[in-house]
Design a protein around this ligand. Structure first.
Ligand code: BEZ
Length: 269
């Protein structure tokens, strides 16, 4: 998934499974037909690829992270999974792996880890058949703004450079739609929406940062990590992340989703 951090793939599945669950309605949007060839881009631990295969699709999954792929392959030995960077797709190789051009490419909660969005979209266009679908959910403009602010507060408190760039890319709908059009897609749907996301059990903002923001905190000295986490949580409290907007107890993440469905132009004539 990420190009820039080591993943705890089992922890991801155990405590952050909401990422996968929220992908379920993406599959409704994809409306897969039995026998279709589908690429799962950033397949992580393989749940979505397995769900697609259960619907009768011929699935190839790619991810750049070895730990994620190891879990995916151990749990779903029947799937074709490859370690590949979605920003440098080899269309001929992937079309060969599926036995022909793809009917659809789907991606859930992965594309915001890819700074070279143009390369991803160009690569996807090269492996879809004419009229093929590209269906994505990812972080959109404004995603996890409060969590990022909490990290910035903690960086300031332990006197770290607060200009460490985030490893994520959260495009606006307009930006992503025009990118898709540049590479020959017709955008059928593009949406940006808030998704208040409850954290699991007793997890706090600092736990979220430990799983997803490792690249932003690697300069924190080990002996100051507890202090850093304390400031993340204190800032999270002042930003309201410990009080869910629906009144339920527990912490939440301020996710903003960008979702789109785009179709590659049909063959001329
Ligand atoms: C997301 O799914 O929006 C996300 C996950 C981890 C880090 C940043 C964003």
């Amino acid at each position: 998934m990420s190009q820039s951090q080591q993943w705890d793939a089992r922890g991801y599945d155990d405590r952050f499974s909401y990422v996968t669950s929220y992908g379920a309605d993406l599959l409704e949007l994809l409306d897969i037909q039995p026998g279709e060839r589908v690429l799962d881009l950033g397949c992580g631990t393989g749940h979505q690829a397995a769900a697609l295969a259960a619907l009768g699709a011929h699935v190839v999954g790619i991810d750049s992270d070895t730990a994620m792929l190891d879990v995916a392959q151990a749990e779903h030995p029947e799937l074709t999974l490859l370690r590949r960077d979605a920003q440098a797709l080899d269309a001929a190789e992937l079309v060969d792996a599926a036995g022909g051009p793809y009917d659809a490419v789907v991606s859930n909660a992965a594309m915001h880890w890819m700074p070279r969005q143009d390369d991803v979209v160009a690569g996807v266009a090269a492996l879809l058949r004419p009229g093929g679908r590209f269906v994505v959910e990812m972080g959109g403009h404004g995603n996890v703004a409060r969590l990022i602010a909490a990290i910035r507060s903690a960086q300031a408190a332990v006197a770290l450079a607060s200009d460490v760039t985030t490893p994520w890319t959260f495009p606006s709908p307009a930006e992503q739609a025009s990118r898709l059009e540049r590479y020959g897609f017709t955008v059928r749907l593009v949406q940006l929406f808030d998704r208040m996301t409850p954290l699991t059990g007793a997890d706090t903002a600092a736990d979220w940062v430990r799983m997803f923001g490792a690249g932003m905190v690697e300069d924190v000295p080990a002996d100051r990590r507890a202090e850093f986490d304390g400031v993340v949580d204190a800032a999270g409290v002042s930003l309201g992340l410990d009080h869910r907007p629906d009144g339920a107890p527990g912490w939440w993440a301020d996710y903003v989703r960008l979702r789109f469905l785009a179709e590659l132009a049909p063959a001329p004539g």
